[in-house]
Design a protein around this ligand. Structure first.
Ligand SMILES: [Zn+2]
Length: 83
């Protein structure tokens, strides 16, 4: 029995389509440090801010998000580190 090509899935997975920026798509939502529920989606389990290549945000919104997360941390809405 000839060997099957096992790379079929691996190759497909590597080229992931670029995610559009959530904040650009939904123009109505603005990034606010009080919006903890939304900010929480952009920090990792350990409390770190997700990098742009993972969150898919554009530079402008990632910048605003970073400021918002940092602000939220200072007033203890979000953790600096968890665990
Ligand atoms: Zn954007």
């Amino acid at each position: 029995m000839p060997a099957k090509p096992k790379t079929k899935r691996a190759v497909k997975d590597r080229r992931v389509k670029k995610k559009p920026c959530n904040f650009c798509v939904e123009k109505s939502i603005d990034i606010n440090y009080k919006d903890v529920g939304r900010l929480r989606k952009y920090i990792s389990e350990r409390g770190k801010i997700l990098p742009r290549r993972i969150s898919g945000n554009c530079a402008k919104h990632q910048r605003l998000l970073t400021v918002a997360v940092k602000r939220a941390r200072v007033i203890a809405f979000l953790p600096f580190v968890s665990e």
